[in-house]
Design a protein around this ligand. Structure first.
Ligand code: J2J
Length: 537
């Protein structure tokens, strides 16, 4: 049985994907056990100080599973996990996998607004946090969340706590009863970038996700000798699975966790751990390109720098290979499924100018116009996709699913792309009401709804404005009921409501009226043009 509220593949597709060998019938729990047997004392993970071998990792996971089970966490219970790039993250999620419980991956940047919604919507039984991180007190946040979410029975803290359950005390020298878990069942709920209202939850199965690791590893040539540096928040699908931390653990390689992406932190780790692959978003690639001019660390171990999550401009992409003396790989993926890679042996022209091609021979791609008619090769249209690791629907969202998927199961990505005769995709734009702020996705409607709750806001429209560093930043256009507040007051209002910092508009423009489309809707296109002209980029 698959978790209630999770659409999965029709039987004929599931049979086909199994026959083709895409789905191997293996769970994450089994995978770790196998790798502990195979790689034993080899190092699985390090944060630069503590090293954990495959067999110790497996033993820690068993102990934690015992403690979580004693606490009452059972198969299919949802658990919101909000941990930064720390070793404990993987003990927690693999222990939950072993119990068949479902982690919901929250970002460290999320605050009350997001966390209370995830806990409420997923009816989470537990919420797992660090005590403090980045100067923020997560225990205080958990306190507020617990008051408003009835289902939450446990707050588990990695670090200091007096009032809640301490994670370290849950590692028990005891057996736990391993439930039967099928690889076709849901392993976790990943977050969508969202375009309408709040983030949707993305149900991924053991089968489909492990298939992505298998393919990613082939394409990225990951093996036992691979050393991957995770600098992006690991809850993101990209550093988690493309091939990311899980791909490396699948192959028996070594994962190096960094709590930040700054060159000060990352470069010494690259030298110390002899990192050969890492994954960046475009703004971080820019920072690294600057820093490499004057650094002292030896980065010669690096063989591949992956860049994805947002459009990487060809001008900057061109500079990566000569500056770092390593391969650039562009990655265009989505937590809903489809991942595209440039291949390591592609000509530079392809690596610099395209976002790659799908990783599976069974990925189906359609590029369509507004009427869902397929456009000729090379022309721009919306990317629709279906395949062995692209979801068939979001968790508990039947109404939204009817819009987000075609009747024959293709996911509407909202990305405007062109595809060349060899199947390589170039991202040309977006047809979804979302801002991509240097890789962090912001659903316009979510922020607009928060602004509309302000007593003096008559109407709100959030649009992207171009930015040399982040690619896009957020601009809020507001029509006020009476001209009293200053722009900064609205940003404070959102902060007080507990919205993640990356969603707070970078700029607020107070206007008398919004430009309209011929159909009487707000013309966001005109608003985008207005702000781009005003800031003169
Ligand atoms: C332009 N837009 C991109 C790119 C993602 C690997 C890599 C990235 C993600 C990810 C991921 C882009 N150029 N190279 O999950 O496994 C935008 C598109 C896409 C959306 C998905 C992975 N790479 N994008 O970014 O779920 O708009 O996944 O639909 O966070 O990011 O965002 P997300």
């Amino acid at each position: 049985m698959v978790l209630a509220g999770c659409p999965t593949w029709p039987d004929e597709f599931a049979t086909f994907y199994r026959e083709k060998g895409c789905w191997q019938g293996k769970t994450f729990g089994q995978l770790l056990q196998e790798n502990a047997n195979k790689y034993g004392n080899q190092i699985a993970m390090t944060d630069g100080e503590t090293e954990v071998s495959y067999s110790d990792f497996n033993a820690n996971v068993d102990q934690l599973a015992a403690g979580l089970q004693r606490l009452g966490i059972q198969k299919e219970d949802r658990v919101v996990v909000q941990l930064p790039n720390q070793l404990a993250f993987f003990d927690v999620v693999f222990a939950l996998f072993r119990l068949g419980a479902i982690p919901v991956y929250a970002l460290p940047a999320h605050r009350y607004s997001e966390i209370s919604y995830f806990c409420e919507f997923a009816e989470a039984k537990a919420y797992i946090i660090p005590d403090t991180y980045g100067g923020f007190n997560y225990t205080a946040l958990a306190n507020d969340v617990q008051k408003s979410v009835n289902s939450l029975e446990h707050i588990i803290v990695h670090g200091e706590t007096n009032e809640y359950t301490s994670l370290s005390e849950l590692y028990l020298q005891a057996e736990f009863k391993e439930p039967e878990i099928k690889a076709s069942e849901i392993a976790f709920l990943q977050l969508s970038g969202g375009s309408t209202g709040l983030s949707k939850l993305i149900p991924r199965t053991h089968d489909d996700y492990i298939y992505t690791l298998h393919l990613s590893n082939q394409i990225c040539r990951i093996n036992e000798n691979s050393v991957f540096l995770a600098v992006l928040p690991i809850a993101h699908n990209f550093p988690m699975s493309s091939p990311g931390v899980l791909g490396i653990l699948y192959a028996g390689g070594k994962v190096v966790l960094s709590l930040g992406s700054s060159p000060d932190k990352a470069f010494p780790l690259i030298e110390k751990e002899q990192v050969n692959i890492t994954a960046l978003v475009p703004p971080i690639a820019l920072i690294w390109l600057e820093a490499i001019k004057s650094h002292e660390d030896d980065l010669t171990s690096l063989q591949v720098i992956q860049v994805g999550g947002a459009k990487f401009s060809a001008e900057v992409a061109k500079r990566i290979q000569p500056a770092f003396d390593c391969k650039l790989q562009q990655v265009f993926g989505m937590a809903e499924g489809l991942v595209n890679y440039t291949r390591l042996d592609d000509p530079d022209e392809i690596i610099v100018h395209t976002q790659g091609k799908p990783m599976s021979a069974y990925d189906e791609i359609r590029i369509v116009d507004e009427e869902d008619t397929i456009v000729p090769i090379g022309e721009v249209g919306e990317l629709l996709t279906r395949g062995p690791y692209t979801i068939r629907g979001y968790y508990m969202a039947p109404v939204h699913n009817r819009k987000a998927f075609t009747s024959d199961g293709f996911y509407r990505t909202g990305d405007l792309v062109s595809v060349n005769e060899h199947g390589y995709i170039t991202v040309e734009g977006r047809d979804k009401d979302q801002i991509n702020r240097g890789g962090e996705k912001i659903a316009a409607e979510e922020v607009e709804n928060h602004l509309l709750a302000h007593a003096n806001v008559f109407d709100a429209a959030i649009v992207a404005m171009p930015d040399k560093f982040l690619g896009e930043r957020t601009c809020a256009f507001l029509i006020l009921k009476s001209p009293s507040e200053k722009p900064a007051d609205f940003r404070n209002f959102l902060r007080e409501k507990g919205l993640a910092a990356y969603k707070i508009p970078d700029r607020v423009e107070i206007v008398e009226a919004f430009p309209q489309t011929p159909f009487g809707k707000v013309s966001k296109k005109t608003l985008r043009q207005q702000i781009a002209q005003k800031i003169n980029i």
